[in-house]
Write a protein that binds this ligand. Sequence first.
Ligand code: NAD
Length: 468
Amino acid sequence: MYAAPMTIGGRAVPATATFDVKNPSTGATIGTAPNASLADLDAAVAAAQAAFPAWSQKPDEALQQACLAVVETLGAHAEELAQLITLEQGKPLNGLGSRWEMGGAQAWAGYTSRLALPMKLLQDDAQGRVELHRKPLGVVGSITPWNFPLMIAIWHVLPALRTGNTVVIKPSPHTPLATLRMVELLNTVLPAGVLNCVTGDDRAGSIGAAMAAHAGIRKIVFTGSCATGQKVMQSAALTMKRLTLELGGNDAGIVLPDCDPQAIAEGLFWGSFINNGQTCAAMKRLYVHDSIHDAVCEHLVAYAKTVPMGDGMAEHNLLGPVQNRMQFDKVAALVADARKKGDLLLGGGPGDGLFFPATLIAGLKNGDALVDEEQFGPALPIIRYKDVNEAIRYANDSPNGLGGSVWSRDITHAKQVASQMECGSVWINKHGAIQPNAPFGGTKASGIGVEFAEDGLQEYTDPQVIFT
Ligand code: NAD
């Protein structure tokens, strides 16, 4: 049994109350996490506030070196953290699983550490000199979801630290252990109070909600559902917090008629089923041209049948369980409804425990729940279209606008279609391939602001202009 402490002000804080953390592959309790009180949160915010003056006044080079020490620590403990992710999240160690997640965390941390926001000279002439400086905000509150617990934590924490902020992070109650351990490890190379972690079970009042309203926190970076993101935005208004909200997606993929169905099958599958579909920018609806629809379905089914699903700790598995019962029930209900309306090509029924077989359902249309709602699980609806403008209209007919993809051998045509899609990122002949040097964020209800690259870094600062 793993009993992880919270880290507040550089010290391990023993829990006065705890909650159980379960392995979704087996249902077994693998550890306990502290159920923080509001006093614990206040202590974490106070520790981060106390650490802020010294941290924010460090020379830029020293901040960069401290962030690079974080990268090294992640690397040294990558396998331990990957195993913890698999145990509590369910994703396999292998494939696009927890080792891959740790590789991503290190890559993002490294890239972000090496970024900088130097002073920008806006004017320097006989009329005067105008300098644009970027100043850290203070304490940043990070609230993370359960699908990529450590990669998303790093997406939040590294740009905050790199720009001179201090942090209080709160992971999802479904996956608190890897984050608690990571913060404990990173505190061996960071000054006390710079990075603090609190956890709560969300039952008797949410620590996340208290963070969004907390007067000592200057910014919330939140990744999670649209509904919770709206609550965060409402609470944050009272203290005029800065916000980055990375919310849900219902990404569409559009397959144009010139594609080779066999050649794209693997890319389509992983674009949709990465992390069992529990990925914000996974392909959640697939629009396929009538002329190749049946062939695409056939090759997709053939590829999907080759992908082993099972306990993530077994080295050969490439798909794991759905992470929690609530999500499983949601996927099961959407699939049950879709089976009545469309043609089941593969999967369809709940398996053992939280394992839900990879499911492909054709014959659906906009208006069907599996098409309109974010399933966030291993079930892909396939929609036949005849005219590309019709497909673009269907793809854009969604309150969300996170990502999208276009599949074609004609890159010029694909880019023309991509430019008409209402979303923050569009990939051509792949889906969801985010990278640390490109800003990532949602349009419409999928969020506010961006992460990654210089644009993402700027969101952890306020501009200050000095006129002389
Ligand atoms: P969720 O909204 O249920 O929970 C996210 C976090 O918010 C958790 O830490 C939770 O404890 C906390 N929380 C709960 N109530 C809160 C409140 N009132 N105020 C503040 N925080 C509160 O989301 P989830 O189920 O963990 O994650 C799945 C969702 O996240 C999906 O919709 C998915 O698309 C989205 N997501 C988006 C991105 C992205 O980058 N856009 C990435 C991953 C996941």
